[in-house]
Design a protein around this ligand. Structure first.
Ligand code: ADP
Ligand code: MG
Length: 632
C-alpha cells in the first residue's frame, strides 16, 4: 500500500472507531462484573441474577477469545486462547461463575492494552509519516499551479520556497538553498545544495529558493521507500520469535495434558483449570516482537533503516566489523599530491595519465583528470582503452601501448620494478598515499601519488566499536599493502587485507565466518554489494540517493556519519538485552505462578491478574527501547 493510502487510513479515524467498538463488549463485561459482585456482596440482588450477570460477562468478554481459539485450531495450533476458553468453560460448568467472568475479562482487557501499546510502538513510523510532503507547486503550461504531492508527474518542474517541503526526488535546475535532510538522515545540520545537486522528498528548504525537475514521484521517492521498508521490517519476525512460536506449539498441548493429570491425581477441577490459565505463555509470545518493533522504530527516526527483526538481532550479536577503506574510513575523494617522472618530465607523466583516465569512472581517475585540468594540460585522445578492475587502466597513446595502475598491474603485464622506484613506492605508501605507476611500452616512466583524507571520526569509530563490544575490526581495500597499513595504523584498526579485488571481498568475509565469527560488512553498498550479501549483516553507509544500497543492504545508514554505525550496533545490543530480559521475566513468572498454584496459593482470578501484569511489564520494558538515545 502506498504511503498516501496509509495516511488516509490513519486520517479517517476508522481505526480508532473500530478499536473503540471492539472494546465495547469488554467494557460491558467489566460493568456487569462490578454490579454482580456488589449485588452479591450487598445481598440486594438474588443469586440467580448475580450468577446470570457473571455468566453474561464471561460470554461478552470471552466470545472473541473462543472464536480466536477455534480459528487457531483450524490451523492445527492450540493457542493461548484455547487455554483461556477451556478454563472459562470449565469454571462455568463447575459453578465458579465469578472466576469465569474475571478470567475472560482480564484476558480481553489485557489483549486490548497489548494492541494499544503495539500501536504506540509503531508510532515512530507514524511520526515519519507526518513528515511526508502534502503539497507541491509545479509549472504546467507555463503557469504556476498548486497540486497534491502525489500528483506531480515525473519530469515536471517543481518550485520550492523557504520553509517548504520538497515534494519529490529531483535535481536542481535553478537556485541555491540550504536543506534540512533530517526526515531522511536524522541529521539536522543543513546541507548546501546548488545547480545539478540531487534533493529528496520530505526534506525541507530552510533558506533559498529552488527549481527542480522531478526524477521520482509518489511512492517511488526515497522517503516513501523508507516508510514501506520500515513497515515491512516491523512485520518480519526474528529467529528468537520463530523459536518461541515453535515452542508454543508443544507447550500449550503439554499444559493441557498436565492439567488433566493434575485433575486425575487431585480430583480438584478448580486447581486443574487454574493451572491452564496461569500457564498461558502470553508474556513469552510478545517478548520478542514488541522489542524489535520498538528498536526498528527508534532507528528509523534517526535515519537508520533496519530491514527486519532478524537483522537487528544479528547485529546485536556481531563479533567482527569489516570496513571498506575508500569512502568509509576515508572521504573517498582522493587528490593528487605528487607526480614523479623517471627520466621524463612530470608534466608528461600527468598528461599521459590524464589521457588514459579520460573514460574511467574510478575516483583515482577523477582526481588525475582534475589535477591535469587545473594545471591547464592538454591531453591527447586514447585508443584501445581498457579498464582492469582492481588494477588500473591500459590503452594506446600516439601509437605506443601505455599502462597505468598499481604494482599488481605491472606484475600481471610482466614488468619488473627497479630498485629506486620500489624505494619511492614504499616511502609514499608509508605516508598512507596510494601510488600508481605509468609505463610506456616496457619502461616505467612515472609515478603519481594520491592521498585520500582519513575521516576525522574514523579513529573514534574504531574505539567506540570496541567499547560497544565488537571484538575485532578489519579493513578491506584494493589499495597496496603499504598504504593500507598506514591507514589502518592511523585509525587503530586491528587487521587489514590489501590488494583485494572487489569480487574477492566476499571471500574474505566467508573466511572470517568459517572461523565461527559473526561478521558485519560496512561499505558503500554499490561495489561492496557481494561482500555485504555474504556478511551476516550488510551495512550501507551514505545510502541516501543510492537506491541500490537501500535495496540490498540489511541495514542502511542514510547519511555517512560514522557515529551512526556505533549507535545502531549499540541499539541492537540494547534490543537483544531487552528481549532476553523479557524472555527471562516471562518464564520466571510462569514458574512462580506454577509453584503458587501447586502450593495452593494462587487461584484462577488472581493467577490471570498476575499473568496480565507480567504481560504489561514486558511491554513497558520494551517501550524503553523507543526512548533509547545514542551515546554520541
Ligand atoms: P578500493 O575501492 O578498495 O580502493 P579498487 O578495486 O577500486 O579498490 O582499486 C584498487 C586499486 O587498483 C587502486 O588502489 C589502484 O591502485 C588501482 N586502480 C583501480 N582503478 C584504477 C584506475 N582507473 N587508475 C589507476 N589505478 C587504478
Ligand atoms: Mg572501491
Amino acid at each position: 500500500m502506498g504511503i498516501y493510502a496509509l495516511e488516509q487510513r490513519r486520517e479517517s479515524g476508522l481505526i480508532t472507531f473500530l478499536r473503540r467498538s471492539r472494546s465495547a463488549p469488554t467494557v460491558a463485561a467489566g460493568v456487569l462484573i462490578l454490579i454482580s459482585w456488589l449485588g452479591a456482596r450487598g445481598q440486594f440482588l438474588p443469586s440467580l441474577w448475580t450468577n446470570g450477570g457473571m455468566i453474561l460477562a464471561a460470554l461478552l468478554a470471552g466470545h472473541k477469545i473462543a472464536r480466536q481459539a477455534l480459528f487457531a485450531l483450524r490451523y492445527r495450533v492450540l493457542g493461548i486462547e484455547a487455554l483461556v476458553t477451556t478454563a472459562a468453560l470449565g469454571a462455568i460448568l463447575i459453578g465458579e461463575y465469578w472466576e469465569a467472568a474475571v478470567v475472560t475479562f482480564l484476558f480481553a482487557f489485557g489483549s486490548y492494552l497489548e494492541g494499544r501499546t503495539m500501536d504506540k510502538s509503531r508510532q515512530a513510523l507514524r511520526e515519519l509519516l507526518e513528515l511526508a510532503p502534502r503539497r507541491a507547486t509545479v509549472i504546467r503550461d507555463g503557469v504556476e499551479l498548486q497540486v497534491l504531492a502525489e500528483e506531480v508527474q515525473k519530469g515536471e518542474t517543481v518550485l520550492v520556497r523557504p520553509g517548504e517541503k520538497i515534494p519529490v526526488d529531483g535535481h536542481i535546475i535553478k537556485g541555491e538553498a540550504s536543506v534540512n535532510q533530517a526526515p531522511i538522515t536524522g541529521e539536522s545540520m543543513p546541507v548546501e545544495k546548488g545547480l545539478g545537486d540531487g534533493v529528496y522528498s520530505g526534506t525541507i528548504i530552510q533558506t533559498g529558493y529552488l527549481e527542480l525537475v522531478a526524477d521520482k514521484v509518489g511512492d517511488d521517492t526515497t522517503f516513501s521507500r523508507i516508510i514501506h521498508l520500515v513497515e515491512e521490517a516491523q512485520e518480519k519476525t526474528a529467529p528468537v520469535q520463530r523459536f518461541v512460536e515453535g515452542f508454543a506449539r508443544y507447550y500449550t498441548p503439554g499444559i493441557m495434558v498436565l492439567a488433566v493429570l493434575v485433575y486425575i491425581i487431585t480430583r480438584d477441577v478448580l486447581l486443574a483449570l487454574t493451572l491452564l490459565v496461569i500457564a498461558c505463555p502470553g508474556a513469552l509470545v510478545i517478548a520478542t516482537p514488541i522489542s524489535i518493533v520498538a528498536g526498528i522504530g527508534n532507528a528509523a527516526r534517526r535515519g537508520v533503516l533496519v530491514k527486519g527483526g532478524e537483522h537487528l538481532e544479528m547485529l546485536g550479536a556481531i563479533d567482527v566489523v569489516v570496513l571498506d577503506k575508500t569512502g568509509t574510513l576515508t572521504e573517498g575523494e582522493p587528490q593528487v599530491v605528487g607526480v614523479e617522472g623517471f627520466g621524463v618530465g612530470r608534466d608528461m607523466v600527468l598528461t599521459q595519465a590524464a589521457a588514459l583516465e579520460r573514460y574511467s569512472e574510478h575516483p583515482l581517475a577523477k582526481a588525475i583528470i582534475a589535477q591535469a585540468n587545473e594545471e591547464g594540460l592538454e591531453y591527447p585522445p586514447v585508443d584501445d582503452f581498457t579498464v582492469l578492475t582492481g588494477h588500473g587502466v591500459k590503452g594506446t597513446l600516439e601509437g605506443k601501448p601505455v599502462l597505468l595502475g598499481n604494482e599488481k598491474l605491472l606484475e600481471r603485464e610482466g614488468l619488473s620494478i627497479p630498485e629506486h622506484i620500489r624505494l619511492h613506492l614504499d616511502e609514499e605508501a608509508a605516508q598512507g598515499r596510494t601510488v600508481i605507476l605509468l609505463a610506456q611500452g616496457r619502461q616505467i616512466i612515472g609515478a603519481i601519488s594520491l592521498a585520500d583524507t582519513i575521516r576525522q571520526d574514523a579513529r573514534e569509530l574504531v574505539r567506540s566499536l570496541k567499547k560497544a563490544g565488537v571484538k575485532e575490526t578489519v579493513m578491506l581495500t584494493g589499495d597496496n599493502p603499504g598504504t593500507a597499513r598506514a591507514v589502518a595504523e592511523a585509525v587503530g584498526i586491528d587487521q587489514f587485507r590489501a590488494g583485494v579485488l572487489p569480487e574477492d571481498k566476499a571471500r574474505v568475509i566467508a573466511e572470517l565466518q568459517a572461523q565461527g565469527r559473526r561478521v558485519a560488512m560496512v561499505g558503500d553498498g554499490i561495489n561492496d554489494a557481494p561482500a555485504m550479501a555474504q556478511a551476516d549483516v550488510g551495512i550501507a553507509m551514505g545510502a541516501i540517493g543510492t537506491d541500490v544500497a537501500i535495496e540490498t543492504a540489511d541495514v542502511a545508514l542514510m547519511d555517512d556519519r560514522l557515529s551512526r554505525l556505533v549507535y545502531i550496533i549499540e541499539l541492537s545490543r540494547a534490543a537483544l538485552k531487552n528481549i532476553r530480559q523479557n524472555l527471562f521475566f516471562a518464564v520466571a513468572v510462569v514458574f512462580l505462578l506454577l509453584a503458587g498454584v501447586l502450593g495452593g496459593r494462587v487461584i484462577l482470578g488472581s493467577g490471570m491478574l498476575i499473568h496480565e501484569l507480567s504481560v504489561l511489564l514486558v511491554i513497558l520494558n520494551a517501550t524503553r527501547l523507543l526512548k533509547y538515545q545514542p551515546r554520541s
